[in-house]
Design a protein around this ligand. Structure first.
Ligand code: ASP
Length: 435
């Protein structure tokens, strides 16, 4: 049995709805459908969720918001009409605008894109509609409640063979609507998949899977056919945008594979995200991702290696200033801490002061403009030469490496390079393995 989440671009207009119906009907295992709100129909279009945010802001500012609401209404009414449905979407829209004008919360208003799309999709497929306000729960502080949700959702799904469950929201104990963060329909899909004990969680989007590198940097990068949750986590952390971060956890816990598929090319196998892969003999990499905007705080002190507690004092200085760090490469008498610029913004003078006082280094230097690049792959575990290929590629392209870090899991090598070399380095690594 499969749970299928369709993203906003897969549901942007009637044409896309028709593709979705064909996809669902092509496989009787596709029984629980999780839709997003309608996305962009073209590059310069606006997502319905963004229109709803704008509408709520306008109404809260005392404006009538009628022009924006008109746009929202148009999208749903034309969807309904073009699909030839009899759904009374006007009545739903009237309720929403009345509630918004009576001070309904932003979460309620912005979640209505999914709600309305869910109603239309359920009618169109002839499936039951399940409102997540009754099956997905947050506590009074707005924290998602997994146990309660799973019990109630599972009970509810058991009563129905085929259902549409809108993404993005649930409710709090007082019945108020609460949304996940942006892109949160991925999380709903994962929750439904786990509750239903699905065999596969299909996540339908507008690309044929996860790419090996950022297509804005590498031309036509290859699609990753299979990736483990851990590899994906490493790539996502370093900036690859695939799924909402919190969508991995529910299915990971239940060992359910995620299949990223393309609504516009349903025959393409897409990418399988799996809990584990037995050694599949691969000796290449799975993907590359990276980010600019890091700073290194580097200290040197004679005999640092024998000084008990030096590392702790360095980290205390960071903790005192509420700064998280990314990496901590060290030598015998040197120690560096890599932090994101956003973490130390406005805090640098105090941090350096604290490092001086707590660590009493012989010297302290700050290097700015570092970019980090993660080369990720289960194929690197216990294989000789993968790192060699990576470093040779950088050397041949005259790229200076300022930092190297390999996680103990051996699935990740991180190099720090000057920001100006960032794109060139990613292309060099990609070409070394896939050129
Ligand atoms: N519609 C919501 C958003 O734009 C949630 C989602 O699409 O996943 O963030």
């Amino acid at each position: 049995m499969k749970v299928c989440k369709f993203g906003g671009s897969s549901l942007a207009d009637a044409q896309q709805f028709k593709k979705v119906k064909q996809i669902v009907e092509a496989d009787p295992q596709r029984v629980y459908i999780v839709p997003s709100a309608p996305g962009k129909r073209s590059a310069d279009d606006t997502k319905v969720t963004d229109l709803l945010y704008a509408y709520h802001a306008a109404v809260s500012a005392g404006d009538d918001g009628d022009a924006i609401f008109g746009e929202i209404k148009n999208r749903f009414v034309s969807l309904r009409d073009e699909l030839g449905l009899g759904t009374d979407i006007e009545a739903e829209l009237d309720t929403i605008s009345r509630n918004a004008k009576n001070g309904a919360s932003v979460d309620y208003v912005v979640s209505r894109g999914e709600y309305l799309n869910g109603i239309l999709m359920a009618d169109y497929l002839g499936f039951e509609f399940i409102d997540p306000a009754e099956t997905i729960f947050f506590n009074i502080k707005g924290v998602y409640e997994s146990e309660k949700t799973r019990t109630v959702m599972r009970g509810r799904l058991r009563q129905t063979k085929q259902a549409v469950i809108p993404g993005f929201y649930g409710s709090m104990p007082d019945g108020q609507i609460k949304t996940f963060s942006r892109g949160g329909s991925d999380i709903t899909g994962a929750i439904v998949a786990r509750s239903a004990r699905a065999d596969v969680y299909e996540n339908w989007t507008d690309v044929s899977g996860v790419l090996m590198a950022d297509p804005r940097i590498v031309k036509d990068p290859k699609v990753i056919r299979m990736i483990t949750y851990r590899e994906l986590r490493e790539l996502s952390y370093m900036g690859a945008t695939v799924l909402h971060e919190d969508a991995i956890f529910p299915v990971f816990k239940a060992n359910i594979p995620i299949n990223i598929k393309n609504t516009n090319d349903p025959e393409d196998p897409g990418t399988m995200i799996v809990p584990n892969v037995d050694d599949d003999g691969t000796d290449t990499i799975t993907g590359i991702a990276g980010k600019k905007g890091f700073t290194v705080i580097s200290v040197e002190k004679a005999n640092m290696n024998t000084e008990l507690g030096f590392g702790r004092r360095m980290l205390t200085a960071l903790e005192k200033n509420d700064i998280r760090f990314e990496h901590m490469p060290s030598g015998i008498d040197t120690l560096g801490v890599v932090v994101a610029n956003s973490e130390i913004a406005g805090k640098q003078p105090q941090l350096l002061d604290d490092v001086y006082n707590l660590c009493e280094p012989d010297s302290l230097e700050v290097f700015q403009g570092l970019a980090l690049i993660a080369t990720v792959g289960r194929g690197m575990i216990s294989k000789i030469g993968v790192a060699g290929r990576l470093f040779t590629a950088l050397a041949e392209n005259h790229i200076n490496i300022r930092m190297i870090d390999q996680g103990s899991s051996e699935i990740n090598i991180i190099v720090g390079v000057d920001e100006k070399d960032f794109e060139k380095a990613i292309c060099a690594i990609y070409n070394a393995f896939c050129g």
